[in-house]
Design a protein around this ligand. Structure first.
Ligand SMILES: [Mg+2]
Length: 341
């Protein structure tokens, strides 16, 4: 098997706030494998806090040995999830192309899945602007919108959400607090959110506080955990009965195969899987769509993130229409491979 690694950098349409500061671009690597004339393409989009950093990812991919068995190659990338994601995706893409099936079928998806429901995401903004963006999302066909909260005082966020509810009475409303609240604030927030018919709150408390999250459940608003899954592992989240839903990012899980396994494990424990991207380029974003399709039916996922990039590496084979992302039905991931050198 031959392996090629190509770096890429793509400007973000809007800078992204992370725990490590604001980032203006996504940098990563495309990994192209080829065996017996069949090529597969994977993507590593490292994002510190969720995966290894860029340099660690690059070093891991540089040390790849095309002659090693695929299983031992993947095993060697255990500590670098973004690098593992790239190699797992490239291998799965090649396998699926060889078999002539779409990637989600190679991930053991059952039956044909034409589309997957997705949510729109609305960032922090003043009250009027927040309501306006939600209105726009509903007009674009989304019936589930996730609003970022926690950057303002709780009362200000509740006022924003009240304006959203007035602007969009029927939309399924989720909020993502990204660990912003204390336990007391979290309890107060959930009571207020319940009166606004908010369906789900994502990561209200800090990642390590599984007990606190468990105590917030059963108040009429589902609790979804995202940062906690990355920090504590899925097993611990499930053992602590800390969540009604878990957010699974294939890049952070170490591959679309891992995300699908995690989703099945969560579902077996009665917890809903929600698949989201890490603002990746088209190869990883589309692979996340296939991972979600392999888990379908599932709640609205965070896969409508193509607009986060100013430009992309290839045309998008999985466009979002009326609140659903279309699942590519061609061979493999559905993204054309980069030209041979
Ligand atoms: Mg989140």
């Amino acid at each position: 098997m031959s392996v090629r690694v190509d770096p890429y950098a793509l400007a973000l349409a809007t800078p992204l706030a992370t725990a490590h500061g604001t980032i203006a671009e996504r940098r990563g690597f495309l990994v192209t494998v080829e065996r017996d004339g069949v090529r597969g393409v994977g993507e590593a989009a490292p994002l510190p806090d969720w995966t290894e950093d860029y340099d660690a990812c690059r070093d891991a991919l540089r040390s790849l040995d095309g002659d090693a068995a695929p299983a031992s190659t993947l095993a060697a990338l255990e500590g670098t999830p973004a690098a593992r994601h790239a190699v797992a995706l490239a291998t799965l893409d090649a396998d699926a192309r060889e078999r002539g099936v779409p990637l989600y079928r190679a991930l053991d998806g059952e039956g044909a899945v034409e589309s997957v429901p997705v949510n729109a995401t609305v960032g922090d903004a003043p009250l009027e602007a927040t309501a306006e963006r939600v209105r726009e999302a509903v007009e674009a066909g989304f019936d589930c919108v996730k609003v970022k909260v926690g950057a303002r005082a709780l009362d200000a966020d509740v006022a924003r959400l009240r304006a959203v509810r007035d602007a969009a009475p029927d939309v399924t409303l989720r909020v993502d607090a990204n660990e912003a609240w204390t336990r007391a604030e979290g309890a107060r927030a959930l009571d207020a959110l319940g009166t606004l018919d908010v369906a789900l709150v994502e990561q209200p408390l800090e990642a390590a506080d599984l007990e606190g999250h468990a105590a917030l459940r059963g108040r009429g608003v589902d609790v979804a955990l995202d940062e906690s899954v990355a920090a504590c592992g899925l097993e611990a989240v499930l053992d602590a009965s800390a969540a009604d839903a878990v957010v699974l990012k294939p890049m952070a899980c170490g591959g679309p195969d891992r995300a699908v396994d995690a989703g099945r494990q969560a579902r077996d424990a009665g917890v809903d899987p929600i698949v989201t991207t890490t603002y990746d380029a088209v190869h990883a974003r589309t692979a996340a769509v296939h991972a979600a399709a392999a888990l379908a039916p599932l709640p609205a996922c965070g896969l409508a993130t193509a607009d986060a990039l100013e430009a992309d590496l290839a045309p998008d084979p999985a466009p979002v229409e009326s609140g659903r992302v279309r699942v590519p039905q061609g061979k493999g991931n559905g993204v054309p491979a980069p030209p041979r050198e």
